[in-house]
Design a protein around this ligand. Structure first.
Ligand code: FES
Ligand code: FES
Length: 156
């Protein structure tokens, strides 16, 4: 099948690219746009490492084709902050030791951003339920929950 042209906004920048219909969103972000902050783990929708926001909702970038995103707005972990200018959630992850190897971290951050925007997260159980689709092999999750809780408390 021949390539298709898509128009897509990623982290505030508009792109027009020709893509093969089989190209995954995760490969489009990493390979075509060079946004390697989005990690790829299981590649079949289980681990959550590839989580990005599409039109404000968290999705698995490994389960979507780039052509499906024509006209959409995508936010990746690169939209959050920069070294030396972290956003509050990244800062909380740093302060609460919410990462070790860091492989799950981009997906954790983007899932948490979605949760923080949409839900009051009144309890730790709410945070845990919201994170239940993201796997971490290192931290035991306690520090990740603590980091998100800290941001909830700081948000008026
Ligand atoms: S790489 Fe997409 S869910 Fe694991
Ligand atoms: S910090 Fe290593 S997988 Fe989560």
């Amino acid at each position: 099948m021949s390539a298709c042209t898509i128009r897509i906004t990623v982290n505030g920048t508009a792109y027009e690219r020709s893509v093969e219909p089989r190209l995954l969103l995760s490969d489009f972000l990493r390979g075509t746009l060079g946004l390697t902050g989005t990690h790829v783990g299981c590649e079949h929708g289980v681990c959550g490492a590839c989580t990005v926001l599409v039109d404000g909702d968290s999705v698995r970038a490994c389960l979507l084709f780039a052509v499906q995103l024509d006209g959409c707005t995508v936010e990746t972990v690169e939209s959050l902050g920069l070294p030396g200018k972290l956003n509050p959630l990244q800062e909380a992850f740093r302060e609460h030791h919410a990462l070790q190897c860091g492989f799950c971290t981009p997906g954790m951050l983007m899932t948490a951003i979605d949760l923080l925007r949409k839900y009051p997260l009144a309890s730790d159980d709410d945070i845990r339920a919201g994170l239940s689709g993201n796997l971490c092999r290192c931290t035991g999750y306690e520090h990740i929950v603590a980091a998100i809780r800290a941001v909830v408390k700081e948000t008026p």
